[in-house]
Design a protein around this ligand. Structure first.
Ligand SMILES: *Cc1c(COP(=O)(O)O)cnc(C)c1O
Length: 473
């Protein structure tokens, strides 16, 4: 690429890294900034300027190369480098279990327990009564058995890990029969065939995408078969000319051939959503009662707790899984255990769970409650009296998310805004880069916020963002 004379001149005018460091190194307020960060930021800024000069000479003026201007840029860069990377944000997407935004918010009991257990020593692996080494799972095993009806339970790092360790234990080197309609892919590269391959189990697909019959399983049985697997198609639905083999039928086939049956429930819930007028999602208790030997599910999807993989089932099978060396690699940590125990205890009284577990509370939140938030935000934004801002109340559709209840469209309410002096993309970008970031969506030239997933105390933060964006603070 030819470099013009003007570009060459500009390039020569960029102060050297050492020169900038020398000047900025004496600035008092930068005393606490580690030298390597300062150097890295200076390099980054000068490199950025160089790139800008190359890409369009018109954009960079001689003025911008004055050391004061550069030092402002470096300071901005330092601020960015020193700030925490994992930050809270406002989820105005209406997707309750949003995997990219952290899935479930913990119930306050779980948060308190997290702090309590992790700021002291605990009996994590210590049996207080016997005075000797105990099991890490003991603290959640009883409650899991109590609320699921299972004989035994085990928890690992996440449900992908749960599926992996179960397949490895029960079917390593052997065949696992799965319906072609259930070869699920979950976002973030969890695919049943791939996890199967990693576990050393051999996938034996049966049936077709839309129809699988009991005889398909029967015909695939051989001396190599170790397990019958059912995967809940948590994030999609096959409709039309379909037929699936119910868990009960699979349990029947397993029993008559002496084979264990496992179900990967994905989301896993203890609450029957159909009781609240929503679509039916199979519950953990039902799968256990139907006779599955092993049921696995996530801790942070519809359960509404911390990230975890929960395995419940028959004692003999669970005991084998507990002895698998992978169990050590997939071990759950004490922060998770503390939060999980508190969350699970809330399920002793389902009415408590629905009220106190944010994930359930938000999914089941009546439109009237959302409308209250909409009215408040509508009034807040109208009261800013900014002529270029137009605010609309809107009917919206929320989603459960997290690959659960895929067909469920939950009627919701929200606010759509339009700013005459800005493109809707610029509004979305501003909100996303604000502190805290506000994540909404664009539809029909409006920036839309679904208030189902917005907390009441976040409304003032949204107000502040609009004031800042439109210079009214
Ligand atoms: C979400 C999901 C998984 C993976 O669970 P993680 O807790 O995210 O590891 C596995 N199987 C199914 C069916 C799922 O829906």
């Amino acid at each position: 690429m030819a470099v013009s004379e003007k570009q060459q001149k500009l390039l020569r005018m960029i102060p050297g890294v050492d020169r900038i460091l020398e000047i900025m190194g004496n600035e008092r307020d930068l005393d606490t900034v580690p030298k390597n960060i300062l150097t890295r930021c200076v390099r980054k800024v000068t490199e950025q300027i160089r790139q800008e000069i190359f890409s369009s000479e018109a954009k960079v003026s001689e003025k911008q190369l004055i050391i004061d201007r550069i030092s402002d840029k470096v300071r901005f860069q330092i601020q960015k480098s020193m700030a925490p990377r994992l930050v809270p944000l406002i989820n105005a997407t209406g997707v309750v279990v949003h995997t990219n935004l952290g899935r479930s918010l913990l119930p306050s009991d779980a948060l308190e327990n997290l702090l309590k257990i992790n700021s002291r020593y605990s009996n994590l692996e210590f049996d207080i009564e016997k005075g000797k080494r105990g099991s890490r799972y003991a603290v959640v095993e009883d409650i899991l058995c109590e609320i699921s009806g299972a004989d035994s339970a085990l928890v690992v790092n996440n449900n992908a890990g749960a599926v992996l360790i179960c397949l490895d234990t029960l079917a390593g080197g052997m065949e696992v029969i799965v319906s072609r309609g259930e070869l699920v892919e979950i976002g973030g590269s969890f695919r049943i065939p791939d996890v199967m391959a990693k576990s050393g189990a051999i996938l034996k697909e049966v049936g077709t995408t839309n129809r699988t019959h009991p005889r398909d399983y029967e015909n695939a049985l051989s001396e190599k078969t170790a397990l019958l697997l059912k995967v809940h198609t948590s994030n999609y639905h096959i409709i039309g000319f379909t037929s699936e083999v119910k868990l009960g039928e699979l349990v029947g086939i397993g029993a008559s051939h002496g084979l264990p049956v496992m179900e990967d429930l994905g989301s896993g819930t203890f609450i029957d959503f159909s009781r609240f007028g929503l679509a039916k999602e199979p519950t953990v208790q039902e799968s256990v009662a139907t006779g599955a030997d092993i049921v696995t599910f996530s801790g942070d999807k519809l359960l509404g707790g911390p990230q975890a993989g929960i395995i419940v089932g028959k004692t003999a099978t669970i005991e084998k899984i507990k002895k698998n060396p992978l169990n050590r690699a997939l071990r759950i940590d004490k922060m998770t255990l503390a939060a999980l125990e508190s969350t699970l205890r809330l399920y002793r009284r389902p009415e408590n769970a629905v009220e106190l577990i944010p994930t359930l509370n938000m999914i089941l939140m009546p439109v009237a409650r959302i409308e209250e938030k909409v009215s408040r935000l509508f009034n807040i934004l109208e009261n800013l009296k900014i002529p270029e801002l137009s605010v609309h109340r809107m009917d919206l559709i929320s989603r459960a998310g997290g690959g659960s209840l895929p067909m469920l469209k939950i009627p919701s309410r929200g606010i759509g805004v339009n700013v005459k002096t800005m493109t809707v993309n610029a509004v979305e970008r501003f909100m996303r880069n604000h502190t805290p970031p506000i994540i909404g969506r664009i539809e029909d030239d409006l920036f839309i916020m679904d208030l189902r997933t917005v907390q009441v105390d976040e409304l003032a933060m949204i107000e502040w963002a609009f004031k800042t964006m439109l210079n009214k603070e």
